[in-house]
Design a protein around this ligand. Structure first.
Ligand code: 8X3
Length: 251
């Protein structure tokens, strides 16, 4: 039987990389998309399944289209799309946040996630099979100081996921929004703090955050369920994290 194919964005590190490794164990062949070719090649060397690398910025839609059009025949039927590429930039309150940070988050987390989904979905519908897995965040479910535009992009991912399912009703195409809390061992905080290692490390100090493998394991589970089962959404937090409740400022 032909192996199933998964396309993973942001595949070079963190959740994307862990997902590649775990789906490879399940026998998936992989299309790995990320900007850094050297990191993708490193990952490819660890895999015992067939893989195809796309070294491109997900925000470069022309390059993305070209890469999709030029997929080798054996990789053309995408069974699972893992929309993992995304980022948070800054933790400043809205009035002092950097506008270009907001633009980059909206462009990557919303526009490019929607763009790639838009490009991949018609072939899934034509084959009447497929699974879109979106990486949301608890920042899209709960407000926190400095979460402003980042949280809003993840609220977009949550509603986009639900609306996809509404459009796909009656088709054998699944859509899942994974909603993780704090995850260690990724470049997430380093990127959020623009490379400031001390600030990034402080986020994970004295608490046991989720790991990329925890999320990858969840992805393994949702794709392994019988095809009539659609997990709409899963919210995960480590036990060291909880929502904080409402606050009142008194003068
Ligand atoms: C990442 C989780 O808690 O940093 O999306 O917003 S959090």
């Amino acid at each position: 039987m032909k192996s199933k194919t998964a396309l993973i964005t942001g595949a070079s590190v963190g959740i994307g990389r862990a997902t590649a490794l775990i789906l490879a164990e399940q026998g998936y062949q992989l299309i790995l998309l990320a900007r850094r070719l050297d990191k993708l090649q490193e990952l490819q060397n660890e895999l015992s399944v067939a893989s195809h690398l796309i070294a491109c910025d997900i925000n470069d839609h022309e390059a993305l289209d070209q890469a999709l059009q030029n997929l080798p025949q054996a990789f053309k039927d995408i069974d699972v799309l893992v929309n993992n590429a995304g980022l948070a930039l800054g933790l400043n309150p809205a009035d002092t946040a950097d506008w270009s940070d907001w633009q980059t988050m909206i462009q990557t987390n919303c526009v490019s996630l929607a763009y790639l989904t838009h490009q991949v979905l018609p072939a899934m519908v034509a084959r009447n099979t497929g699974h879109v897995i979106n990486l949301g965040s608890i920042a899209g479910n709960y407000a926190y100081r400095g979460g402003n535009a980042y949280g809003a992009t993840k609220a977009f991912v949550a509603q986009f996921s639900k609306n996809l399912r509404a459009d796909l009703l009656g088709k054998q195409i699944r859509v899942t929004n994974l909603v993780p809390g704090i995850i260690g061992n990724t470049e997430f905080s380093l990127v959020r703090f623009h490379g400031d290692k001390d600030s990034a490390n402080a986020v994970y100090q004295d608490c046991q955050a989720l790991t990329p493998e925890d999320i990858a394991e969840t992805i393994r589970w949702v794709v392994s369920l019988p095809e009539h089962v659609n997990i709409n959404e899963i919210e995960l937090m480590p036990t060291c994290q909880a929502s904080g409740g409402l606050a009142v400022s008194k003068s």
